[in-house]
Design a protein around this ligand. Structure first.
Ligand code: 13P
Ligand code: SF4
Length: 364
């Protein structure tokens, strides 16, 4: 019997030559292939990507920025240096003549995997039974195309961490309550910011298929899907407390995928773009502890040597799935394109894409 790990390794068909080549050689080959492809190719890179990859991106951005840029792209090939749900979004927003490529097909997202379409349909039926037609579904873009399509079909929209507040406000003008998938923390932190009390938020547990309530059923305003980001969960209230004691003058800046307790104890919370902009606008010599993905924190440390920047968790690691996109896989994807072969193309079927696009367009 093959294990999940075996299956994932088998899914990665990269020729061994790429893994055995030196970094210097791969850089030479990647640069040459990119030059040959010229404007037939556009490379999008999420800010959480490794330096060896982001250096090839025509543009680096957060989820919202990259979706907006993908929608305007005319290049024949789009290499998405990010994770699977981002490449799916790019495929939905581009034409059928363009190919979106994810250099390593195994670059998934543990949060997106926490809500599948069967679980979502089951939850929706149960929630409709409890609350009737009073719910608007919202999904964080960190979700599969099938979930985005579900949301689109049911009158909802997608959100990103940059616009979650506007989108939650919009949802609550449409119906009495909302279902927020799949990240309970972004949903909770955003709802708290809008003044919704914690007691009025229920949690849908997709494993137990059960609603966890803190108030009477009719008082529920927000239903949070019980999902999370396994990277941002590594920032704990004890990290904030330790730092406050040791260095009370250090600013604490975190991503809203962190828990409510961490966000509440921090000085600032916001999306990837917000974090980057905040550091860029900060005073020289100012001190920061950042609670987000480590490739980005390390890049900020390197880009702003005149600020004192550390990670909020001193033992933090990068996002493992983002890190699957590396120089060997990128070089492989580029050289295959030069040979006229498209590897690891991400294709969303037309029906799913149609409804997912409705949800995305409401947001964009
Ligand atoms: P943003 O790019 O929207 O900040 O999302 C962060 C993230 O976790 C991406 O996977
Ligand atoms: Fe998914 Fe979290 Fe990694 Fe983003 S940082 S890709 S949400 S696991």
């Amino acid at each position: 019997m093959t294990s999940l790990l075996d299956e994932l390794q088998l899914a990665d068909a990269i020729p061994i030559d790429y893994l055995n080549s030196s970094t210097e050689e791969l850089h030479i080959r990647a640069k040459r292939a990119k030059e040959i492809l010229g404007d037939r190719l556009y490379i999008l890179g999420h800010h959480y990507q490794k330096d060896e990859v982001i250096t090839y991106a025509d543009v680096a951005g957060d989820s919202l920025q990259l979706s907006q840029i993908a929608a305007k792209q005319t290049a024949e090939y789009i290499i998405f240096c990010g994770v699977h749900f981002m490449a799916e979004t790019a495929d939905i927003l581009t034409t059928s003549k363009q190919a979106v490529i994810l250099p390593d097909i195994r670059a998934g997202c543990s949060m997106a995997d926490m809500a599948n379409i069967d679980q979502t349909e089951r939850a929706w039926n149960e929630l409709q039974r409890c609350f009737g037609d009073t719910i608007v579904p919202l999904t964080y873009v960190n979700s599969t195309a099938a979930i985005k399509a579900f949301v689109g079909r049911n009158g909802g929209a997608t959100v990103t961490s940059s616009n979650a507040q506007e989108m939650v406000e919009w949802a609550l003008t449409q119906k009495e309550r909302m279902l927020f998938l799949p990240d309970q923390h972004l949903g909770r932190n955003t709802a708290v910011k809008l003044g919704i009390p914690l007691e009025r938020m229920a949690i849908w547990d997709p494993i137990k298929q059960k609603l966890e309530l803190l108030c009477d059923l009719q008082d529920v305003q927000v239903i949070l899907w019980k999902g999370h980001c396994s990277v941002h969960m590594n920032f704990l209230p004890k990290h904030v407390e330790t730092l406050r004691e040791k260095e009370p003058d250090r600013n604490i800046l975190v991503h809203p995928e962190c828990t409510y307790e961490v966000v509440n104890a921090s000085d600032f919370a916001g999306s990837t773009k917000y974090i980057i902009d905040k550091i860029e606008a900060s005073e020289i010599g100012s001190k920061w502890a950042i609670g987000t993905e480590m490739n980005l924190v390390n890049r900020l440390i390197a880009s702003y040597p005149d600020r004192d920047i550390i990670s909020l968790n001193p033992f933090m690691c990068p996002c493992l799935t983002m890190n699957r996109i590396d120089l060997p896989h990128l070089t492989w994807a580029l050289e295959e394109l030069v040979e006229g072969r498209v590897i690891n193309q991400i294709v969303v079927d037309a029906q799913t894409a149609k409804y997912a696009k409705m949800a995305l367009e409401k947001m964009m």
